[in-house]
Design a protein around this ligand. Sequence first.
Ligand code: NAP
Length: 292
Amino acid sequence: MTIDAGTKIVGLIGHPILHSFSPFIHNTAFEIAGLNYKYVAFDVLSENLKDALRGIVALGIKGVNVTIPHKEAVIEILDDVSPEARIVGAVNTIVNENGILIGHNTDVYGFTESLKKYKNLISNTPVFIFGAGGSARAVIYSLITNFQPERIVIANRNISRAEGLARYFSQVLGYKDFEVKEFFLPEIAGDIKSSRLIINTTPIGMYPNVNDLPIQSDEILHEGQIVYDLVYNPPTTKFLKFARRNGAEVISGIEMLILQASKSFELWTAKEMPITEVKKLLLRKLRAKKEK
Ligand code: NAP
């Protein structure tokens, strides 16, 4: 699709932005849906963040995704932020509503939607989370507000970061059933084994370190468990292959990636993203890249 005077521009602000899949996802979706929109990636340094937001308004850009390192910092600069994004403490989507910039967090939607079909299986059961970074915040918010976890165990290298998350969500959401552990296998094996849902929110196993795994001992993962890896490149990580071999059901980070994008798409265009087609083309692109 060519750009003409009527083309509506949306995009991404972050640094670095070169490896983002979002331009492919959205531009493919616009093309399939026949919408005259174009998604552009803008490399924005932290010192230019305020000016970049002014630029969005000045240039009439319809909205942007926000990625590392601006997801938290942007909150104080926006005109308004959704209650969800404020609690999570991160904005990944901005909508320009006639010059008023509103922040949203569509990672929460993406994670929640991708787990919906497992709701009966996971409600009132224990959940185990590797990692306590930005994505863990969206995951914990979604779990507490949608899935009634019996307990949430957070294992992180930096234990004080995990303690901070547990304390924060206890305060803001009144959820008290947290346990915090150091990311040290002998200590956490029992907690993983007794959890119904296990989620990797760390970048372990992400391209190019595709042979890394958060755990590799057998007899910890088993049938009846659901293992979710937020890493989406590769779409099926070594951790997911290992979990599947041990009898667990697995969910790829691609699910959350596409669904969070579909929510941003909807916020900007008021149209539904053609999710199935876009996902198929994204997976094809990723496979082609691997074969090169
Ligand atoms: P982040 O804020 O930087 O947090 C990273 C977390 O991983 C921290 O808890 C960190 O522990 C831990 N960690 C990093 N390297 C580790 C290692 N080698 N061993 C053990 N722990 C390690 O990152 P994020 O934004 O949460 O993103 C994490 C991953 O999720 C990335 O791969 C990202 O692509 C993916 N993600 C996917 C989606 C999706 O839509 N599928 C959405 C968001 C993020 P410390 O606190 O000890 O440093």
